[in-house]
Write a protein of this length. Structure first.
Length: 262
C-alpha cells in the first residue's frame, strides 16, 4: 500500500484539508478535486446510491495524484469495511459510532492479522495489482489505513471517551447535523448544548491521542472548529460546492444584465 500522507501528517501533529463527495461519480471529478489541492476525498456510501463498483472507479481515478481516497460506509459491518479497502480505499469512516465495542469491530475488520481479521487477497486493486512480499503488504496496510469513527448521536457522545481509547481508531469526526438532531437541537450549532458536545469530543481526542475532524460549509464555521482544535477538515461536499459556485456566477451575470438595461 502506498504511503498515506494524510495519516502520517495527522499523526505527526499536522493538519489535512479535503472534501466529501456524494454525487459526481465521474472519474474526472475525482481527478479535478485532486488538482484543486484536496489532501483527501471522502466518497460517501451512506447517503448515496453508490455501489462498490462506483467506489472502485473513483478510488482508482485518484491514482497518480497526491490525494488520499477514503470511503464512508453505511454501517459497521465486515463486508463494507473489507470490501472498500480491497477496492483501494486508504481510509474508512463509519457513521454513528456509539460504543467502544463498535469502534473495536471497525479496527478488527480493517486490520490484517495479528491485529485484526481482515481477509487476505493480494495482487488486486488495493495493492495496485502488483506482486511482492505478502507479510510486508499486510504490515503496510495496517500502518497506512486511516480509521475514522463518527460521533453523531447522544449515545455516542455519552461514550466518546471509551471510543477514543480504542487502539486503531485514528480520528473522531463530528457529524454535526445528526449530532445536533440527536441532542434535540437540530441545526443549532451555536446552542450551548452543541458547543459543550464539541468540546467534549475534542477533549476526548486530546486525552487519547486522536485527531478531531469536521466538515464545514463556511469559512467562519471552519475558523471556529480550528480554534477548538480540530485538525482534519472537509470543505463542504461536491453538490454544495457546485451549487454555490454556480449561484455566485449566475447572480453576477444577472446583476450585470440588470445594470445594462437601465
Amino acid at each position: 500500500m502506498r504511503p498515506n500522507a494524510v495519516k502520517q501528517r495527522l499523526l505527526a501533529g499536522g493538519t489535512a484539508v479535503g472534501t466529501m463527495m456524494f454525487e459526481f461519480q465521474s472519474p474526472g471529478a475525482a481527478q479535478a478535486t485532486a488538482m484543486a489541492g484536496a489532501d483527501f476525498a471522502l466518497f460517501d456510501m451512506e447517503h448515496t446510491g453508490w455501489t462498490f463498483e462506483t467506489i472502485k472507479d473513483l478510488v482508482i481515478a485518484t491514482r497518480g495524484t497526491s490525494m488520499v481516497p477514503m470511503v464512508r460506509i453505511p454501517a459497521t459491518e465486515y463486508h463494507f469495511v473489507a470490501r472498500v479497502l480491497d477496492v483501494g480505499a486508504m481510509g474508512v469512516m463509519v457513521p454513528m459510532v456509539e460504543s467502544a465495542e463498535q469502534a473495536q469491530l471497525l479496527a478488527q475488520c480493517a486490520k490484517y492479522p495479528p491485529l485484526g481479521r481482515r481477509g487476505c487477497a493480494f495482487g488486486i486493486a488495493h495493492d495496485e495489482y502488483a506482486g511482492g512480499d505478502v507479510a510486508t503488504k499486510m504490515q503496510s496496510s495496517n500502518d497506512e489505513v486511516l480509521l475514522i469513527a463518527q460521533i453523531e448521536t447522544a449515545f455516542g457522545l455519552e461514550h466518546v471517551e471509551e471510543i477514543a481509547a480504542v487502539k486503531g481508531i485514528d480520528v473522531l469526526w463530528i457529524g454535526q447535523f445528526d449530532l445536533s438532531a440527536s441532542l434535540g437541537i437540530a441545526g443549532q450549532f451555536q446552542h450551548p448544548t452543541f458547543i459543550a458536545a464539541v468540546e467534549r469530543v475534542i477533549a476526548a481526542c486530546r486525552a487519547h491521542g486522536k485527531v478531531g475532524a469536521f466538515m464545514t460549509t463556511t469559512h467562519e464555521f471552519g475558523q471556529w472548529v480550528i480554534e477548538k482544535g480540530f485538525r482534519m477538515l472537509a470543505w463542504s461536499g461536491d453538490i454544495w460546492v457546485y451549487q454555490n459556485a454556480m449561484r455566485v456566477g449566475l447572480d453576477a451575470l444577472r446583476t450585470m444584465l440588470a445594470a445594462k438595461s437601465q
